[in-house]
Design a protein around this ligand. Structure first.
Ligand code: NAP
Length: 265
């Protein structure tokens, strides 16, 4: 029964981690609008994930909410299994789930507990989920069932801009750049392309507690484009990267940051 259903739908399939809210939600909707079936991963907010699935359904996209902690090996396997069971294929993985530094402590007061939580979620999880997804994509390619795969890592301007009260977060995001290069190099001959998107200050639950601080900094010229980024700004970049517009690019970092990365005198 399931197999028959899989064959009826030829839609490409994507896993988007942390898709219940913020940037991940916008990415899921963008991919759904481009004809993807979407595994909508969330950690604990089942209600928000259901709403994303309902919104995808409204635009005609197939989607499933899947609770999984990307820091857990069993949960990561469950995400890839869900894509294969529901869609029979896996074309795109977007490593978006992430948490900020617990308590935003000065690095001289940072704890191992906080380090482990942030590194597990923001770096170890994406690394090993990419490994699982890549193995699955390679298997599909060997069977002649996948032309091209894409892995996209959502890092941050914190990969290279220091915040001394979020050391674990900065280090995890910096690690994502090397992770992107490693997978890009390893998978290039198999037509699996790997990209990093580096968002700037984006309006979401994550930045809600520091809204006023960034309002002021943006007004003072923190970014050449003087506005907050929206989750859709990041989602549109993902939507372009899954096409073959950048077919001769891999391992590339794309800035979606209002020009924040430009050094100025
Ligand atoms: P957000 O609004 O806080 O949403 C976080 C999402 O990640 C939620 O869907 C959450 O699920 C999920 N999540 C958290 N821990 C998880 C885990 N262990 N396993 C699976 N899912 C988990 O965050 P956001 O602002 O959209 O950020 C998304 C990504 O962009 C993050 O990687 C973040 O570092 C990065 N980023 C954000 C900004 C920004 O300014 N907002 C800037 C640069 C980079 P639940 O709903 O179940 O909690």
């Amino acid at each position: 029964m399931l197999l028959t259903y899989q064959r009826m739908s030829n839609a490409p399939a994507a896993i988007v981690t942390g898709a219940s809210r913020g940037i991940g939600r916008a990415i899921a909707l963008e991919l759904g609008s481009r004809g993807y079936s979407v595994i909508v991963n969330y950690h604990s907010n089942a209600q928000a994930a259901s709403e994303v699935v309902a919104a995808l359904s409204e635009i005609g996209a197939r989607a499933w909410p899947v609770a999984a902690d990307v820091g857990s090996a069993d949960d990561r396997q469950r995400l890839v299994d869900a894509a294969m069971q529901q869609c029979g294929r896996l074309d795109v993985l977007v490593n978006n789930a992430g948490i900020t530094s617990p308590g935003r402590k000065d690095l001289l007061d940072a704890t191992e507990e906080g380090w482990d939580r942030v590194l597990d979620t923001n770096l170890k999880g994406p690394f090993f989920l990419s490994q699982l997804a890549a193995r699955q994509m390679l298997e599909l390619r060997q069977a002649g069932e996948l032309e091209r795969g894409t892995l996209i890592n959502i890092s941050s301007i914190s990969a290279y801009a220091v915040s001394t009260n979020r050391a674990d977060y900065c280090i995890a995001k910096a690690g994502m750049e090397m992770m992107t290069w490693l997978y890009a190099d390893r998978l290039a001959t198999d037509q699996i392309h790997v990209y990093e998107i580096c968002p700037g200050v984006i309006s979401s639950d994550m930045t809600a507690p520091v809204r006023e601080k960034y309002d002021q900094q943006i007004a003072d010229g923190l970014t050449p484009i003087r506005r907050w980024g929206e989750p859709e700004d990041v989602a549109k970049a993902v939507g372009t990267l899954v096409t073959d517009t950048f077919a001769f690019s891999t391992g590339q970092r794309f800035h979606v940051d209002g020009g924040f990365h430009i050094r100025r005198l």
